[in-house]
Design a protein around this ligand. Structure first.
Ligand code: FEO
Length: 396
């Protein structure tokens, strides 16, 4: 059965405890996720979003226990990526005439994915749908994070349904933010923002400011993943404004790969130099082959400086570092300095190549690449320490 949110609104989604990878292998979801769908019962009944297709029959069967499907007057599709639209085919088999409210881009995406001539109703920012005592107002939110994305606001209940915006990949039987571990949830909210929304930060900032300017009373934000913001929902709105504004903390993240420990020793000596020069700065050492890539990217997002180290292999750099650099390029980090280092045996191209990739990815270069042959001795480790000291001193 569904879970009541208010007298009129019921959660009818799916909690997916088993989800550990999302978007193929692009995003780790160690704490699972949920696909939130909401049923609004007023004089008219509206269903907001569905769930991912592996759970389509389960979703529809559970929805049928909640309500006679023929009593659903409107389906609202805020965003049509498969994790939210995947159960539509199964649902529409039962109620094929029910109108689907979505943006024009949303209709194109649904047609492209499912090849069905459903009863689409296109909506734009400011359009409304009266349900009785409550009214839905639609707010287009293109590129948060797909072109079709929209939010909708339910007056009378003062709820913003924000789809992916303000979401977290965070499975929990507790439906509300005030009933889960706050630090754990915020960590997932940040990881979600970094890995999904950060490339669109300018649009995020504009859209959040636009919604704030509407002065809508807000009791809850109901996203399509994770828990509902019931206690102080403004906190995540304010946090998004901070994250969207070239965010950084006083942190340096050193990401390295290593074959025979030499690049690791360099990384540790560089970390010593940073600690000496700037004792208050948080230094994170992460091994690109061992640590989770999305956790590494989240730490880079928090940092003012990111250092990338790789041994030279086959006249290039390591697979794990290459993958991270490509992901960092796509995430469009702002306000970050970076530099490259690494150990080598005979050719030593890696640091220079990494440096070029960092520049192309929009990082400001904090220092010339540092490379050292074979295993570092004490003098070489002192050089690493001095390199770390100087690059952090230059920024202060
Ligand atoms: Fe949760 Fe963009 O889908």
């Amino acid at each position: 059965m569904g879970k009541p949110i208010t007298n009129r609104v019921t959660w009818v989604g799916k909690i997916d405890w088993e989800l550990k990878r999302f978007h193929g292998d692009e995003l780790s979801t160690d704490r699972g996720s949920s696909y939130n769908s909401y049923l609004i019962r007023d004089s008219k009944t509206a269903l907001i979003d569905t769930v991912w297709s592996p759970y389509d029959r389960e979703f529809v069967a559970r929805l049928m226990r909640e309500i006679d499907l023929n009593k659903i007057d409107y389906i609202i599709m805020n965003h049509n990526e498969a994790d939210h639209s995947g159960a539509l085919l199964e649902l529409m088999r039962h109620i094929p005439e029910t109108p689907i409210y979505c943006t024009a881009k949303g209709e194109a995406i649904l047609r492209g994915q499912y090849h069905q001539d459903w009863n689409f109703v296109n909506v734009k920012t400011g359009d409304t749908l009266c349900l009785g005592e409550t009214t839905l107002t639609f707010i287009e939110a293109p590129m948060l994070h797909w072109p079709d994305t929209m939010f909708c606001y339910l007056s009378g209940e003062e709820i913003l349904f924000s789809n992916d915006g303000f979401g977290q990949h965070y499975a929990s039987e507790s439906l509300f933010n005030d009933r889960v571990d706050h630090a754990e949830m915020m960590r997932e909210a940040m990881k979600y923002y970094v890995n999904i929304l950060n490339p669109f930060s300018p649009m995020v900032a504009r859209k959040v400011k636009e919604i704030l300017a509407m002065n809508l009373p807000l009791k809850m934000i109901c996203p399509s993943h994770g828990v509902i913001w019931r206690e102080n929902p403004a906190q995540i709105v304010e946090q998004y404004l901070r994250w969207a504004d070239a965010y950084q903390e006083d942190q340096v993240t050193i990401v390295y790969d290593t074959m025979w420990q030499s690049t690791r020793k360099m990384a540790q000596a560089i970390a010593d130099g940073i600690r000496l020069a700037s004792p208050e700065t948080t230094v994170r050492l992460m091994n690109a082959s061992v640590d989770d890539k999305n956790d590494i990217l989240t730490e880079i997002f928090r940092s003012r400086v990111a250092l990338f180290g790789s041994p030279t292999i086959n006249n290039g750099y390591s697979y794990a570092i290459a993958g991270l650099l490509e992901m960092a390029r796509g995430l469009k980090f702002k306000n970050k300095r970076a530099a490259a280092f690494g150990s080598y045996g005979w050719s030593g191209e890696a640091p220079k190549q990494i440096n070029e990739h960092l520049q192309a990815a929009g990082f400001a270069i904090a220092a010339e690449p540092l490379r050292q042959p074979w295993a570092p001795d004490n003098d070489m480790l002192d050089q690493c320490c001095a390199w770390g000291q100087s690059l952090i001193n230059e920024q202060q």
